[in-house]
Ligand binder design. Structure first.
Ligand code: ATP
Ligand code: MG
Length: 210
């Protein structure tokens, strides 16, 4: 299974110009700290680097607002930069390296650039690649603060959909529906072909008699 080995942030939200580096391991990691200390900002950084386009879902009004805007004794940053290193030993991400590094930086104009293993890449390339490994910035592999309580409140059917999406069944359901439509089309074509065959056969029979 793909997991994040390291997260690095520079100039992202409450993280200033000095690089903040968080090593992670397989299994459970807990980040604790007082209110407003930046725990959720760490989570936002992961969404950000996975290509989230909505400033709102990163809890900002516009993209440039996620850039560190200074604090006592430190001036604002000119750009926000986030990198994650993912373990890809089992090659679930279709890139032939043991570690896959993706980075994103955004400038004060709100313009984003993406990098895959240090090389510039398009957002689309990264998003498609991560999708194949079941990773996305909006998927339920990331649960926002407050979502857990909502999970407890929703009805069983919604909860089932939620879990199905979480484990990746929803994608197969969509593929199954597609396959059904194709099957119906194929059956229709088959019936048309069979009708033509019996038509031709009838003509053949007549010709033989003649
Ligand atoms: P809680 O326990 O209340 O959920 P938290 O640890 O999750 O708190 P965050 O929401 O991650 O806290 O961090 C909020 C802090 O981040 C606020 O102090 C806010 O001022 C700071 N912050 C957000 N955006 C920026 C920015 N662009 N520049 C500097 N600081 C920022
Ligand atoms: Mg929080």
């Amino acid at each position: 299974m793909v997991f994040i080995k390291r997260l690095e942030m520079r100039g992202f939200k409450s993280f200033g110009a000095r690089k903040a580096s968080i090593p992670l391991e397989k299994g459970l990691t807990v980040i604790t700290g007082p209110n407003g200390s930046g725990k959720s900002n760490v989570f936002d950084a992961i969404r950000f680097v996975l290509g989230d386009l909505s400033a709102r879902s990163l809890r900002a009004d516009k993209m440039s607002e996620i850039i560190f805007d200074g604090s006592l004794g430190e001036g604002p940053s000119k750009m926000a930069y986030v990198t994650i290193q993912m373990d890809n030993m089992d090659r679930r991400i279709p890139v032939d390296t043991e570690t896959v590094t993706i980075s994103r930086r955004v400038s004060t104009s709100g313009f984003s650039e993406y990098f895959l293993n240090g090389r510039q890449a398009s957002r689309g390339q990264l998003v498609d690649m991560l999708h194949l490994a079941g990773l996305s910035s909006s998927g339920y592999n990331m649960i926002m603060q407050g979502t857990i309580t909502r999970l407890a409140d929703i009805n069983p059917e919604e909860r089932r959909r939620f879990i199905e999406e979480l484990v990746g069944i929803a994608e197969y359901d969509a593929k199954k529906a597609d396959a059904r439509v194709q099957l119906q089309q194929a059956e229709m074509n088959l019936r048309i072909a069979a009708a033509r065959i019996s038509d031709v056969q009838a003509r053949l029979d007549r010709l033989e008699e003649e």
